[in-house]
Design a protein around this ligand. Structure first.
Ligand SMILES: [Zn+2]
Length: 222
C-alpha cells in the first residue's frame, strides 16, 4: 500500500529526527519542501528557472507552482511507495490542492503526524544549542557539552548561539507556528487523518508511538 504522509510540528519538536527514523522503515521518501525548492532551482529545469525567478525578487512562490513541483516529485520512482511531506501543505487551501494532486495520481493522504510539544520543552531543547563559529560543529550544553566551556573540541573555535535559538526568538517562532498551523490541524482532524503524537519523549519512543498510531489508523480504515 502506498503511504502518503504529512508531518507537522513546531521548530524544535523533532520533525527532522522522526522523519529520518520513519522514512527508511516505511520505505518512503522524505520531501522537505525547502530542500526540494533548492534542488529544483539548482537543477536548472524549466520549473527550476521559474521558481528561481520568484525567489530572486524576494516574492513568495505561488501555491500553484509549488503544487506542480510536488506533483512532478510524486511521479518519480523514489516516491512510488509514498512520501513524508514536511513543510507542505501549510494552509487549508494548499491542503485542498494537495488532495487534488494526489487524486490525479490515484493516491490520497494516509495520515498526518502532528508532533505535539509544550513551549517550555522546546525552549529547554533549543536554548542549550550552540555551535562552533569556525567549523560549525553543533553542541548541546546539557546533552553534548564541549570538553572546555565555550571552546570547540575539534578546532578550538568559539562556541556561539544562533539568533534563532535565543529564548525570545524561540517563543516567538513557537507562537507563530501554532497560530499559522492551527487551521491545518483542524482541517486534518475533521478528516480523521490527524495523529497527534506527544513529542516530549526520546526519539525511540516517539518513533514507536508514531508507528503504532499509524498502524491503528490503517486498521480502522480497512
Ligand atoms: Zn570548531
Amino acid at each position: 500500500m502506498v503511504k502518503d504522509l504529512i508531518i507537522l510540528g513546531a521548530p524544535g519538536a523533532g520533525k527532522g529526527t522522526l522523519s529520518a527514523d520513519l522514512c527508511p522503515l516505511l520505505k518512503i521518501k522524505h520531501i522537505s519542501t525547502g530542500d526540494l525548492l533548492r534542488e529544483v532551482v539548482e537543477s536548472g529545469s524549466a520549473l527550476g528557472q521559474e521558481i528561481g525567478g520568484y525567489i530572486k525578487t524576494g516574492a513568495l512562490v505561488p501555491d500553484e507552482v509549488i503544487g506542480r513541483m510536488i506533483k512532478e516529485q510524486l511521479n518519480t520512482a523514489e516516491c512510488r511507495n509514498g512520501v513524508l511531506l514536511d513543510g507542505f501543505p501549510r494552509t487549508p487551501p494548499q491542503a485542498e490542492m494537495l488532495e487534488n494532486i494526489l487524486a490525479d495520481l490515484q493516491r490520497r493522504i494516509t495520515a498526518v503526524f502532528f508532533l505535539n510539544i509544550e513551549q517550555e520543552q522546546v525552549v529547554n531543547r533549543l536554548i542549550h544549542r550552540v555551535s562552533c563559529r569556525k567549523c560549525g560543529k553543533p553542541y548541546h550544553l546539557i546533552n553534548l557539552p564541549p570538553k572546555k566551556s565555550g571552546i570547540c573540541d575539534d578546532c578550538g573555535g568559539d562556541l556561539i548561539q544562533r539568533e534563532d535559538d535565543r529564548e525570545e526568538t524561540i517563543r516567538k517562532r513557537f507562537a507563530t507556528f501554532l497560530e499559522k498551523t492551527q487551521p491545518l490541524i483542524d482541517f486534518y482532524d475533521r478528516k480523521k487523518l490527524l495523529l497527534p503524537i506527544n513529542a516530549g519523549n526520546n526519539p525511540q519512543e516517539t518513533l514507536r508511538i508514531a508507528l503504532a498510531d499509524l498502524e491503528a489508523l490503517l486498521n480502522n480504515i480497512k
